[in-house]
Write a protein that binds this ligand. Structure first.
Ligand SMILES: CC(C)(COP(=O)(O)OP(=O)(O)OC[C@H]1O[C@@H](n2cnc3c(N)ncnc32)[C@H](O)[C@@H]1OP(=O)(O)O)[C@@H](O)C(=O)NCCC(=O)NCCS
Length: 249
């Protein structure tokens, strides 16, 4: 009985070509590998996504909570046609991107999360997942949304995405934007980088283990800091209020 029910609950993925790994040199001179992960590797990623659920800055909290759920659903066979790519520098996890197929011709971009800031690793990882949809799977367009202003700048503005506001995106049901094959071709020269094949030593290092991010975004030590920064860039107003309450001032 249990086995039969599992057959109903577990969706059957449509066959798609796997993502061929690629690598690129970052502005700082480090080499980054982007590759598709298997289900077995998902727990190694989840443990680094979970802490981001508590980082309000730049909407890491919303994105990490949703990404955690998408990765878990993929791991436990509760989502159809999902794939997950990771970006690694010397094995270290620096970005995660995922998405799924809505239909043969249309892709649904899920999330992009950078675990190391300031190197455009998120931008490169996003471009790579668009390459997977358009060039490798051969889709006509990908539906995209942004949860953060940085995401909006990176995707909607940099690629000049087209509105598909009549289509509710799977992420929160908000109006979708689309990256079409034409837009991707236009961005190819400037935004899409990387080479294949990945040198054996780089690929082996990446496949050997997903190592923890060395400098991931963190929640502020003072839990009031996020609130404080909204109203007072120096933070003194709330701090002095608290000192007063504690009888220290
Ligand atoms: C959106 C995102 C993937 C972009 O990643 P990225 O391309 O590697 O870019 P970064 O986030 O490192 O940098 C974004 C900007 O902040 C600046 N920045 C650099 N270091 C930073 C730091 N430590 N903290 C905050 N901002 C930083 C960068 O200079 C950059 O400015 P620019 O746009 O003028 O180049 C990443 O910001 C992220 O994961 N955000 C949280 C989740 C999210 O919003 N995902 C997208 C959902 S649609």
């Amino acid at each position: 009985m249990a086995v039969d029910l599992e057959k109903i609950l577990r969706p059957v993925d449509n066959p798609v070509p796997p993502f061929p790994p690629k690598y690129m040199m970052l502005a700082g001179g480090e080499e980054m590998v982007i590759r598709q992960v298997t289900r077995d590797e998902i727990p190694d990623i989840l443990q680094h996504v979970e802490p981001l659920i508590h980082v309000e800055r730049d909407y890491y909290d919303v994105v990490a909570a949703r990404l955690y759920s998408e990765l878990l659903a993929y791991y436990r066979y509760r989502v159809q046609d999902e794939y997950v790519l990771v970006a690694q520098i010397n094995g270290e996890l620096v970005a995660v991107v995922n998405g799924r197929l809505l239909s043969k011709d249309v892709g649904m971009s899920y999330h992009t999360v950078a675990l190391r800031r300031g190197l455009r690793v998120g931008a490169h990882a996003f471009a790579t997942k668009m390459e997977y949809h358009i060039d490798i799977i051969g889709q006509k367009e990908v539906l995209v949304v942004a949860e953060s202003p940085i995401g909006f700048r990176r995707w909607m503005i940099e690629y000049e995405l087209e509105k598909r506001f009549h289509i509710a995106h799977e992420l929160g049901g908000v109006p979708s934007w689309a990256l079409t094959k034409e837009l991707f071709n236009r961005a190819r020269e400037t935004l899409v980088v990387g080479r294949r094949p990945v040198p054996q030593h780089l690929l082996e290092k990446a496949q050997a283990a997903i190592l923890p991010p060395t400098d991931p975004p963190k929640a502020p030590v003072d839990l009031l800091a996020a609130t404080r920064s909204l109203y007072d860039s120096t933070g003194t107003a709330l701090m002095s209020q608290r000192w007063k309450q504690e009888g220290k001032a």
